[in-house]
Design a protein around this ligand. Structure first.
Ligand code: ATP
Ligand code: MG
Ligand code: MG
Ligand code: MG
Length: 470
């Protein structure tokens, strides 16, 4: 069996031997890109080559790119633990052509790699193409010998990629594998496609147009380009013959370590908690290694939300002590060779995980008790009061999405409008008190207002009122 580490290596070797530069992953924190919280695809580090803003130093490249999809346009946080294929942190394997080879080269390389080198069964594979992309359909027929019914034409945005309102864009073609009718789900384009039976694992983007503002028609790019992305954990799941990404070797190792530490088995009702912990451990460790710290705004708050979700699951498993920092060494042993930044940051990673978990554990159990009391009084179809959700946030440090995640398991929702109103009310109150203090910029008074209204420690003047105290 090829391990995740073997498969990553094999992918890079394959494209390396086909003339691709192997520049390595970029940081998860995007450089000069205020539109993006975290890098969420392999092409991000090459954006300027695709737009023409910078000249590519090589015509082709391949990478294994660290990606986080836990906010913004691609947000898979709410999928993790509920599907077999979504992670908040994953590695995207990709090959890129900057005006060099195009559709034929990309389809030929992908098909050769998956069927020859990776040995996937041809008769289980199917592809999608954009509905008017006859060229791609013809190439799949010619190169892969796929029959018409295995080349599915899709007219939605799923199969048309664009960088933004302007810039390069073009049709995409995705590769799926049918894993058998013991798994629920239908082929792409069908109403049941959200299931995990037909697993999407590789997206080939054909950048062939440039898009403009003001209704000016798209133009053909003089030198079309290629951008592809294949989830390493998904292809590993297929190659290792397991049902979910959480059963691949790397995840098994992390899950085994949490079984040891919690003296609990990853079975039955407990299993999803192990999966969520393993995923969130990875995103937390990689984000910290790239310089993000848990905080109350921006990317730091996304990290804090991920960490606290994991910590709630550690609590479900009965962990009596902080758990996450004790799992970090296992992850770093597995992934530290491919990503040496993990090894370099190990002390910081462990310290931050531990501190955050100690801090959250001071309020977690009491917050959960309050929530249980409130839920006990709820009738079916009623929503949890937004005031309670706000109190959980404000006094017990429960991010709203954590409360929502807890409720989701029971088919319940939070009254979000009321939550927002409570949040706004507190902001207004904070502003009024502030003015009362002769309008002066007086940190001592500000500090005491925060303590009075929330009972929480003061976390810095940079944080906005109401968002400063989770
Ligand atoms: P899905 O439809 O399953 O959510 P996607 O269409 O959003 O996937 P793309 O944006 O096409 O995914 O990304 C390219 C590839 O990256 C996917 O084909 C998949 O292999 C992988 N990938 C995307 N999102 C995730 C995720 N959350 N976890 C693991 N792998 C992912
Ligand atoms: Mg998606
Ligand atoms: Mg998709
Ligand atoms: Mg896709």
């Amino acid at each position: 069996m090829q391990s995740v580490n073997d498969i990553r290596r094999q992918f890079l070797d394959f494209f390396g031997s086909r003339g691709h530069e192997l520049p390595g992953s970029s940081s998860l924190v995007p450089q000069d890109d205020p539109t993006l919280l975290f890098v969420n695809a392999g092409m991000v580090q090459f954006k300027n080559y695709f737009t023409g803003a910078a000249k590519p130093p090589y015509p082709r490249a391949a990478t294994s790119q660290k990606c986080v999809r836990a906010g913004g346009k691609h947000n898979d946080l709410d999928n993790v633990g509920y599907t077999a294929r979504h992670l908040t942190f994953f590695e995207m394997l990709g090959n890129f052509s900057f005006g060099d080879y195009f559709k034929e080269g990309a389809i030929d390389a992908a098909w050769t790699l998956i069927t020859k080198d990776f040995g996937l069964p041809k008769d289980k594979l199917l592809v999608t193409v954009y509905h008017d992309d006859d060229e791609a359909a013809a190439l799949w027929k010619k190169i892969a010998g796929l029959s018409e019914d295995k080349i599915i034409r899709i007219a939605t945005a799923d199969n048309f990629w664009s960088m933004g309102d302007t810039g390069p864009c073009g049709p995409c073609s995705e590769i799926f594998i049918d894993r058998g009718d013991h798994i629920w789900g239908g082929p792409p384009g069908s109403p049941e496609q959200d299931g995990d039976r037909f697993l999407e694992f590789w997206n080939l983007v054909f950048m062939q147009y440039e898009q403009f503002l003001d209704g000016r028609p798209r133009e053909k790019l003089p030198k079309p380009s290629i951008d592809t992305g294949m989830g390493l954990e998904r292809i590993a799941c297929v190659m290792q013959g397991v049902e979910s990404v959480f059963e691949t070797d790397l995840f098994r190792t992390i899950i085994a370590a949490s079984e040891d530490l919690t003296k609990t088995k990853a079975q039955g009702e407990q299993a999803p908690s192990f999966n969520v912990i393993a995923d969130h451990l990875r995103s937390s460790c990689f984000l910290i290694a790239d310089g993000v710290s848990p905080s109350n705004e921006g990317s730091g708050y996304v990290l804090r939300r991920i960490m606290r979700r994991a910590m709630r699951h550690a609590h479900i498993l009965g962990a009596k002590e902080p758990l996450m920092y004790r799992l970090a060494p296992t992850l770093i042993a597995e992934m530290g060779n491919a990503y040496p930044e993990l090894k370099r940051a190990q002390p910081v990673i462990e310290a931050q995980l531990r501190e955050e978990e100690e801090r959250f554990r001071r309020t977690l159990a009491n917050g959960l008790r309050l929530l249980e009391d409130e839920l006990g009084g709820l009738q079916k179809g009623q929503k949890l009061s937004g005031r309670t959700a706000f109190k959980l946030y404000d006094t017990f440090g429960f991010p709203l999405d954590l409360t929502q995640d807890i409720l989701r398991g029971r088919g319940l929702e939070v009254d979000v409008a009321e939550y927002d109103a409570a949040m706004q009310g507190q902001k207004d109150q904070g502003a009024a008190s502030w003015k009362g203090a002769d309008g002066a910029d007086n940190p001592a008074i500000w500090h005491s207002i925060l303590e009075r209204t929330t009972g929480n420690e003061f976390l810095g003047y940079g944080a906005e009122a109401g968002e400063g105290k989770v």
